[in-house]
Write a protein that binds this ligand. Sequence first.
Ligand SMILES: [Zn+2]
Length: 488
Amino acid sequence: MKYLFLVITVLVFTSVLSADRLVRLYDVSPGSATDLIEEGYDVTNIDMRRGYVDIMLPERELDQAVLLSYKYEVLSREWGELLPENRDGAGYYYDPEENWAFWCSLAENYSDLSDTPVTIGQSYEGRDIYMIKMTSPTTGYKPPIYFSSLIHAREPGGNSVLIDFAMWLTSNYDGGDTRAAYILDNTTVYFVPVGNPDGYAYNMPGGGMHRKNMNWSAGGDGVDLNRNWGYMWGYDNSGSSPYPNDPTYRGDSAFSEPETQVQRDFITDLEPIAAMNYHSYGKWLIYPYGYEYDTYTPDQSTFVAWSAVMTAENGYFAGTAPECLYTVNGEQNDWMYGGNEEQGIMAFTPEVGTSFWGGQNDSSVIVANCADCRPMNIFICMTAPGFVGVSGESEVGIEPLLSLNSVYPNPAISSASFRITTSGSSNVNVSIYDTSGRIVNSFESGNLVGGTSSLNWDVPQEIPAGVYTARISDAAGNCDSRRFTVMR
Ligand SMILES: [Zn+2]
């Protein structure tokens, strides 16, 4: 009986795709927004800058009591008036088959740059989850950078950004934009374009609104794969739900789902240095930590500095999840940064555009979204390798004879103070590197007496805002380094 009900539900859902509507609530306080999530509403976007929240409601529930306490607007259908030629698949977005065909054809046309898709595991329903490795024939250490999309099944906007970036890299490598050659000569770019293949297939044709995977065994309608990761999983019930019917149901344990296991194992082997995990929508650029207010990674100043550059042109709003939307736990960025013993991966989540399926019948929407996001992808690929390469030195030595304890304030504006510990009287050289490894400033400490002392430094006017590494060394060859940020 239950199975029959399920079948009927599926049929009804796929045949009457317009049964859910987006409703925009106005003048919602941040606290009330969180309450809506905890009450189980499918909150698709919170925009505190403009003071509204979008929720998804079945059409028959549009008069729900909650609406009475807010001004609201039922938004126009995104998929209701499909052009006939776009009835199939995902319209101008790439449906599952078109994705596969695209990545295969890229490997065919640019066999020296792009590998054919490789299966890294299977979904709950047994579909392949695949990755594509892209780099040039140059040799040497080429740090991995990770791109993913469609872990939420109704968010193809991020998928088109990956496709755009892959096309840009390959078509510009030979004689086009020199940054493409720089990236493929110095890094290895990995794409996991369809993180939730079951949910995406379920949303076909036409573009459904299913978000989670297709593991309905807990009695609900799937697990939210971006609440199922194993760092601070189930920390609290804010933005992450223990109830199987909720849109943010996190599963019954961390990494309970095959889809998150597959990406976890691949990332653990790969050890990428940076990641762009694409979602939609809202024009956000989100970085860790998401699980708690006022909780930041040790690389907070770097996240702030990088995201300031990344969002300078496209107007995306950057911050941690609580700063942008609401607290979440069991989310991919938090695990990639905090759940990884080896190294905090500089992981970002761009929330692309202003709707889930807005480009389905209007390719100009997709083109605009890709134009917004491509510079962020280029920035990450060009910046992350230098950043990691220089900072690696700070790991040297368990009981350092020479230690750079802190740079204060961080970010620095006009001056900074380096707290340095030496084992005895010594002269210390301080060199300041930018992210590409160039020395932008260098000076001597004079004779330090031993123990801990502060060394003041006036930030030269000609040094632009950005991320820097201070490296200290002494005549005996001891050294230490620390990252900091300069703001202007
Ligand atoms: Zn999402």
